[in-house]
Design a protein around this ligand. Structure first.
Ligand SMILES: [Zn+2]
Ligand SMILES: [Zn+2]
Length: 261
């Protein structure tokens, strides 16, 4: 199984997951033109995406989910609550997420099979989920848009070989930054996003012996820096005696490497 970010941050999120001949897209929050360009960079062909999984209804995740599902002839999996959203309802086929339950999906040819589990997160858009993806013995977790570190969430998302984890903001940069107080309160509150230190706490709750890569995601371009996020993640891993874990930062504007799970 491989994961490749097509863009990560408040302007839009999308991640490609490949498992044998199965191609999955998690979120489609980028513009249609940007997404098509990034599909090309990532060598995703038209109609290659078999399934599209949507984490929640915020537009930076769901903006073009319905139209991409339609273009790609992909089955769209999302919470029942957002199925009628304009951004969603264009999809040719909709499947409701079963919270906390494992579901199996396969490619159109039926060779690639993958199991996924949506796990509910504290975030100011109900419901919001993280996804735990499993193919054979390999596990990947995609966890962004969570308001605070949460032990129960971590329990349900354990055993990841590859972890995509939100490192959203640095509190000091947020305080000095351009956001109005109301927006600052929303982001830093328990149903907003994780600061670098909160993300580090979440990493500590999630880490297991099998973890080999952490990809830092949803890094704010205004209230954080990639260097600060990387520094925090690396310091945490060092403290835990886990220098062996590879750390990288996902970008809003660039397609990432195709990361092996
Ligand atoms: Zn988001
Ligand atoms: Zn959100």
């Amino acid at each position: 199984m491989h994961l490749q970010s097509l863009g990560s941050g408040s302007e839009g999120n999308a991640t490609i997951v490949r498992a044998d001949d199965l191609t999955l897209l998690i979120d489609a929050g980028l513009g249609v033109r940007v997404l098509s360009e990034r599909f090309e960079v990532a060598h995703v062909a038209p109609r290659q995406v078999d399934h599209l999984l949507v984490t929640h209804g915020h537009l930076d995740h769901s903006r073009n989910a319905g139209s991409i599902a339609k273009r790609q002839r992909a089955t769209l999996h999302c919470s029942e609550k957002i199925m009628r959203h304009r951004s969603i309802c264009r999809a040719p086929e909709l499947v409701a997420l079963r919270m906390g339950q494992e579901s199996e999906i396969e490619s159109q040819q039926g060779r690639g099979i993958l199991r996924y589990k949506p796990v509910l997160l504290p975030h100011d858009c109900d419901p919001t989920v993280a996804f735990r993806l499993q193919q054979g013995e390999r596990t990947a977790v995609v966890l962004t848009d969570i308001g605070r570190p949460d032990r129960e969430v971590a329990k349900q998302l354990g055993g990841a070989h590859l972890l995509v984890l939100e490192f959203n903001y640095d509190p000091e940069m947020m305080r000095r930054g351009p956001y109005p107080p109301v927006l600052q309160q929303r982001i830093t509150g328990g149903r907003g996003h994780l600061s670098n230190d909160e993300a580090a706490q979440m990493l500590e709750l999630l880490i297991g012996p099998e973890l080999h890569t952490v990809a830092l995601a949803h890094i704010s371009q205004k209230n954080n820096s990639t260097d600060l996020a990387l520094e925090t993640a690396r310091a945490t891993l060092q403290r835990l005696g886990r220098d062996d874990v590879r750390v990288l930062a996902l970008s809003q504007h660039e397609v990432s490497d195709n990361l092996e799970v």
